[in-house]
Design a protein around this ligand. Structure first.
Ligand SMILES: Nc1ncnc2c1ncn2[C@@H]1O[C@H](COP(=O)(O)OP(=O)(O)O)[C@@H](O)[C@H]1O
Ligand SMILES: Nc1ncnc2c1ncn2[C@H]1C[C@H](O)[C@@H](COP(=O)(O)O)O1
Length: 204
């Protein structure tokens, strides 16, 4: 079984991934954030570091795809490789922070990798509006994320909405998280578990 949690920056992916892995006793795969050699520089100068960061995330995410294929274990994954290309890289190109030449080069490598990627059995999209994302990013308190603009988050949210509305690769569960506090309220976490189990009925 492979479940992936998807959503904008601050939506609650890492928190929910951790809680689900603990609840079901599954392995969790997290994004390479704390030891990422480019992320802090990227937020200080997006145009300069966008290509290096995209290549880094692509490599790191592909390593995870390989592990999922080879491990045979039940895995819950915090963000997918699709988001790097269809959300982040595309948005940086739209914002002219990643040149057409670098974007085309990136997409050609991504295209080769994509043939090795299997969609998750279930994709869980955590949908959140921009003011709530801002609050949660602030609550998390990573210093280098203080420069993230409302414009950047809004554009990413638009990309997420479009990508999710076109997503046909597998089962999809959309959870509107703004009125849920699955961290503090066990009933809200229970609500999410019920939804997941209804989607996976027969696969458990
Ligand atoms: N539903 C929620 N209710 C309350 N706080 C939340 C919720 N989801 C996430 N948080 C808090 O918001 C912050 C960002 O969450 P995180 O899981 O790191 O987001 P992501 O991995 O999507 O960027 C964390 O401090 C987390 O505790
Ligand atoms: N592909 C990416 N391009 C740019 N930035 C990215 C990419 N993938 C993740 N990120 C950033 C966004 C956040 O600052 C951190 C961690 O992501 P989060 O959504 O908070 O788990 O990495």
């Amino acid at each position: 079984m492979h479940i992936a949690v998807t959503g904008n920056i601050g939506a609650g992916k890492t928190t929910l991934t951790t809680m689900l892995a603990k609840h079901y006793g599954w392995d969790a795969q997290f994004e390479d954030v704390d030891h990422n050699p480019y992320l802090e520089d990227f937020y200080a100068d997006m145009s300069k570091w966008s290509f290096a960061l995209q290549i880094y995330f692509l490599g790191s995410r592909f390593r995870q795809v390989k592990e999922i294929r080879e491990s045979g274990k039940n895995i819950i994954q915090d963000r997918t490789i699709y988001e790097d290309a269809h959300i982040f890289a595309e948005n940086l190109n739209d914002m002219k922070l990643l040149s057409d030449r670098d974007f085309n080069n990136y997409i050609s490598v991504f295209g080769l990798m994509k043939s090795f990627v299997s969609a998750p059995d279930l994709l869980i999209y955590l949908k959140s509006d921009v003011p709530n994302l801002v609050k949660k990013i602030y609550k998390r308190g990573r210093e280098y994320e203080a420069s993230i603009s409302i414009e950047y988050l809004s554009k990413l949210n638009q990309k997420y909405e479009k990508w999710i509305s076109d997503y046909t690769e597998g089962k999809l569960l959309i959870i509107e998280v703004d009125d849920l506090d699955f961290v503090e309220k066990p009933e809200d976490f229970g609500f999410i578990l019920e939804k997941i189990e209804a989607e996976l009925n027969g696969l458990f």
